[in-house]
Design a protein. Structure first.
Lengths: 284, 445
């Protein structure tokens, strides 16, 4: 099996049609960075760092280092300091929340942790069904209510049941709706408040799931979810295509939210803790 | 962040206009600014580069024949070019003239919104007298079939799921449709990566087996740079006839539309504009081009407004303004009307020049302020509501006491009221409501 770096790189190479840049060419580097959804500002900063520094001969290394320096600040894995450890997953529709939760549940189960999944997406048709299948795969319990019921009460049920039964981890799957939807944001704020009744420190993680195939709007999403909820982490999904998720650079620079995991495939093992070194090497 | 950029473009346009004449370097600078905006709207960098080149070239004509208002002319040039690239207004679905049914194949990346879109199209076509059949061709994603079934039952359209793999389901659905007198078959396929050869091959087989009249690429309007190559690969492997942009109710600027057009040249047929099943609309290139440029979407706003604002009420207000009898009751009515139009910041974003306020005002702030304002107005006597000029010292104290606010708050309300009257006076002249944001710039704590 190919390593993660190789897989991420092969995607990028496909988009570049195999062209390798050897001599430093700012225009080509700019294109490469833009194609990876870097913002223009970040792109210019990286190019400048090469033009100003002594890195022209070894420009690839300089660029990687610049990106690494930014990403290093957000390379912070989840710290499980409490039981039950309560995690809320939020994000827009189609970002990959349920799949991410499913993969994580499986990994926790393998590591010998007990897990409860809360089907708090009571809005999308069959969202609960999708989570149920993941629960079965990973031998996790699931707490659910009929479609249309109050998501906060589903979350509350799951947390109190976890506390009563001594379960290690609670993962709450929330409805995927656009960040511009005020009802959703209010619903999530309420959920957070209700969870606090179980444990004043909870939710211990509020994680935003970001689709790497999306562009600049992901920064706006992160900003708005962060303002409303105070995010503790990010999971970047769908890195198995040609998209590189360069937007994390902007998120790291502007919002400094830790990147917890990256997702890069359909299989349960295709979710790994974020590694800044690996990631910056794959980008350039 | 973006509105800062588009404001810069507006400034550039203005600067061009002030000078009254154009130089090569000014055109170059304006094009550079334009490129930043396109990139920030997720237009693919190659497309943006080519586009700017075309604009810069065409703008050279202004050097010899300097227009009276170069800024405006440059802006029109940009907008026209964008609109041309985006294609024409929605072409309808091509219905089969040979078979008793028409097949519509939906394909795209994971999470782009295919299943929801499938149900929306079924609902739309049914309302136009067709008899659609939804076919669940996604046997990979857990509960994908269930999702389509639920949506189908909500709109009372049959959902087909016989067969254990996508190809067999697609094949079987044709027979089912003919024998049940259904005339449109909508194939909801699994989300896939364009570089996944095996799954792309499967899509090809479904296409060969069902010979769809329409093969539609469903893409997220928030899609990033890579959507250009993704659309290109889908087009090369199955031959697209159209595209649909989803989640346009968000605040993404939808540069992906340009990339998809450039990569495939197929028309964009519909846009998805909300969560509920009837929220699908025809595509209007001119509206998207303003949105990409951050110019706001005035037409959509006008549509929203016309459904929320009572025309009689609006006329009354204008008359009152003319007679200077505009009072606090009217003010409150206006605020409530705005509220009815939906998300306040969403509205601001659609207004040219006001989008900069959108990020400053959160929805909650707005609702809170509306409540505060309401409580103060409700503490006024009918006389005070009609004639704000009589509100002086002791009246202010009474209003503050009645609404649980401070006198400063009442003062601020009066100031805002006066300002908004000024703005509405301007509105009448300009037929725009760009000043609305200012009404809420002073905060009550």
């Amino acid at each position: 099996m190919k390593s993660l770096i190789e897989r991420l790189k092969s995607g990028l190479l496909k988009t570049r049609a195999g062209i390798e840049i050897e001599k430093f060419d700012p225009d080509l580097l700019e294109e490469r960075l833009l194609a990876a959804d870097f913002g223009l500002q970040a792109t210019e900063q990286i190019i400048e760092s090469i033009e100003k520094g002594r890195g022209r001969e070894n420009w690839k290394e300089t660029a990687r280092q610049t990106i690494y320096d930014i990403l290093k600040t957000v390379e912070k894995p989840i710290r499980y300091y409490k039981s039950p450890f309560i995690m809320m997953f939020v994000g827009i529709n189609g970002g990959g929340k349920t799949t991410t939760i499913g993969k994580l549940a499986y990994q926790y189960n393998q590591a010998g942790k007990s897990v409860i999944l809360a089907a708090a997406d009571t809005y999308r048709a069959a969202a609960t069904g999708q989570l149920e299948i993941w629960a079965k795969r990973s031998d996790a319990k699931i707490v659910k209510q009929p479609e249309g019921s109050d998501p906060a009460s589903v979350a509350f049920d799951a947390c109190s049941s976890a506390k009563a039964k001594g379960v290690d981890i609670v993962m709450i799957d929330t409805a995927g709706r656009l960040h511009t939807n005020d009802n959703l944001i209010r619903q999530l704020i309420k959920m957070k408040r209700v969870i606090k009744k179980i444990d004043q420190d909870a939710p211990h993680e509020i994680i935003l799931v970001i689709d790497s195939t999306l562009g600049r709007n992901s920064l706006v999403q992160a900003e708005q979810f962060n303002n409303a909820l105070g995010l503790t982490g990010i999971v970047l999904t769908k890195l198995d295509g040609s998209s590189k998720g360069g937007i994390v650079i902007d998120i790291a620079k502007e919002l400094k939210i830790p990147v917890r995991y990256i997702g890069f495939g359909e299989k349960v093992e295709d979710l790994k803790p974020f590694d800044a070194r690996e990631f910056s090497s794959a980008l350039i | 962040m973006f509105s800062k950029l588009s404001d810069k473009l507006v400034e550039t346009f203005k600067r061009l206009s002030k000078r009254g004449k154009l130089t090569k370097s000014e055109i170059h600078e304006a094009t550079r600014q334009l490129r930043r905006i396109l990139l920030d709207a997720d237009v693919n960098y190659k497309v943006a580069k080519q586009f700017c080149k075309t604009v810069e070239q065409k703008a050279q004509a202004f050097l010899e024949n300097p227009p009276l208002d170069p800024g405006k002319v440059f802006k029109n040039l940009v907008q026209n070019e964008l609109t041309i690239l985006l294609g024409t207004t929605a072409l309808p679905i091509n219905f089969s003239s040979k078979r008793s049914f028409t097949v519509i194949l939906l394909a795209g990346l994971q999470g782009s919104g295919k299943t929801t879109t499938a149900a929306k199209i079924a609902n739309l076509l049914r309302s136009r007298g067709r008899k659609p059949l939804l076919v669940a061709c996604d046997t990979y994603r857990p509960a994908a079939t269930q999702q389509l079934e639920i949506l189908a039952s909500k709109i009372d359209v049959p959902c087909f799921k016989e067969g254990d793999n996508p190809l067999r389901r697609a094949k079987n659905s044709l027979k089912f449709a003919s024998s049940h007198g259904l005339d449109v078959i909508i194939l909801d396929t699994a989300g896939r990566l364009s570089i996944d050869e095996q799954l792309m091959d499967e899509l090809n087989k479904i296409k060969a087996e069902t010979e769809p009249e329409e093969s539609i690429f469903v893409a997220d309007s928030m899609a990033g740079q890579q959507i250009l190559s993704v659309a290109d690969q889908f087009n090369k492997s199955i031959g697209l006839t159209g595209a649909i942009l989803t989640k346009m109710d968000g605040d993404a600027r939808g540069g992906a539309a340009l990339s998809i057009r450039e990569a495939t040249s197929v028309p964009i047929k519909f846009i998805g504009t909300g969560e509920s099943i009837e929220q699908i609309e025809e595509f209007h290139p001119d509206r998207i081009s303003s949105r990409i440029l951050g110019e706001g979407d005035l037409l959509s706003l006008a549509e929203k407004a016309s459904s929320a604002i009572d025309a009689k009420e609006a006329k009354k207000t204008i008359k009152k303004l003319e007679k200077s009898s505009f009072g606090f009751d009217d003010f409150l009515k206006q605020l409530e009307m705005i509220n009815k139009m939906g998300s306040f910041s969403g509205i601001l974003k659609m207004i040219p020049g006001a989008s900069k306020f959108a990020s400053q005002i959160s929805e909650e702030d707005y609702n809170k302020q509306l409540k505060t304002i309401k409580s103060m107005i409700q503490s006024m006597t009918p006389e005070e509501r009609k004639n704000w000029k009589i509100i002086k010292g002791s009246r202010k104290r009474r209003i503050a006491l009645g609404s649980g606010r401070k006198v400063e708050d009442v003062n601020r309300l009066l100031k805002q009221f006066k300002e908004s009257m000024k703005i509405m006076g301007n509105m009448k002249k300009q037929r725009g409501i760009g000043g609305l944001g200012r009404m809420f710039s002073g905060k009550f704590n």
